[in-house]
Write a protein that binds this ligand. Structure first.
Ligand code: PEP
Length: 288
């Protein structure tokens, strides 16, 4: 049974609406049925934290604590300087690596930048693009984000494109418009044919603040994002696309997010830095 046909034909009973874990259970059943296009993804964004020695002790602690994580996909996005160490210690564990940024050229006179090829060579499968910290602190534009998405896809990396509104924008009722524009510009002329991309809805006001969006708000925006993707691509692409929530996710709230129909995982900053806390998140997802 394909996930698409399942979601088309899925009858959401009142009980399921009241007990959101049932929805997740149905989705999980679909995955067991062979379609893992929307397998739950837990992506850790370490930002500018950890030395290589700390990454090494993290993985030594994390792996036994995380337990069985075969039903979900776990990705760690460390600073570039930890990639080599993690590539060695995560080899064979099923846990994947991602970069936190890239430059769109393959090589050359671009001091301080890193190419998609270099990330792939360092063991990355994923790359975060357009994180709000890069948009706000480094002044990253939608045009450059679009170039980065194109370059990542060309090199076989899976981009995790981050979008989200600021508090001011939300208060002005502009959240949807902002997110839509970020998607429109970031994905301009990007073909999805035979390519995988992940989207992450990360309201800026929820990142690193301890104030997460409610799971209903996350679901509402992510459903809107999915419908917009259907508009600019098609239903099959929109239905198979993984869309994450990010912003103050932790061990205590992750299950509520992924229980929502359209939320396919989370991008996690602060709570991914400690091995026991990331392992707790993985276990909580695995147990849903
Ligand atoms: C992030 O940096 O992408 C993020 C969601 O951070 P935090 O989990 O700390 O809010």
């Amino acid at each position: 049974m394909s996930l698409v046909s399942l979601s088309d034909g899925l009858l959401l009973t009142k009980q399921m609406v009241l007990i959101p874990h049932l929805v997740a259970a149905v989705r999980k059943k679909a995955l067991e049925g062979g379609n893992d296009l929307r397998q739950i993804l837990i992506a850790a964004n370490w930002k500018m934290n950890k030395l290589a020695s700390e990454a090494l002790s993290f993985s030594r602690d994390f792996l036994p604590m995380a337990g069985d994580h075969t039903n979900i996909e776990v990705v760690i996005c460390p600073p570039f300087t930890c990639l080599y160490t993690l590539q060695n210690c995560l080899n064979g564990t099923g846990i994947r690596l991602g970069g936190q940024n890239l430059f769109w050229e393959e090589k050359g006179a671009f001091t301080g930048e890193i190419s998609p090829l270099m990330l792939a060579d360092a063991g990355c499968t994923y790359v975060i693009i357009g994180h709000s910290e890069r948009r706000q602190i480094m002044g990253e534009s939608d045009v450059n984000i679009n170039r980065k998405i194109g370059a990542a896809l060309e090199s076989g990396l899976i981009p995790i494109l981050c979008v989200g509104e600021t508090l001011q924008e939300r208060e002005k009722n502009m959240a949807r418009e902002i997110v839509k524009e970020q998607l429109r510009k970031g994905l301009q002329d990007i073909s999805m044919a035979n390519r995988q991309i992940v989207l992450a809805y990360e309201p800026v006001w929820a990142i690193g603040t301890g104030v997460n969006a409610s799971n209903d708000d996350a679901q509402e925006m992510i459903a809107f994002i999915r419908s917009y993707m259907e508009k600019i691509y098609d239903k099959a692409i929109a239905d198979s696309l993984r869309i994450l929530y990010g912003g103050s996710v932790n061990e205590g709230n992750i299950a509520d997010f992924i229980a929502k129909e359209d939320v396919d995982g989370a991008l996690i900053g602060g709570a991914s830095l400690q091995a026991d806390s990331l392992a707790g998140i993985v276990r909580a997802v695995q147990n849903v």
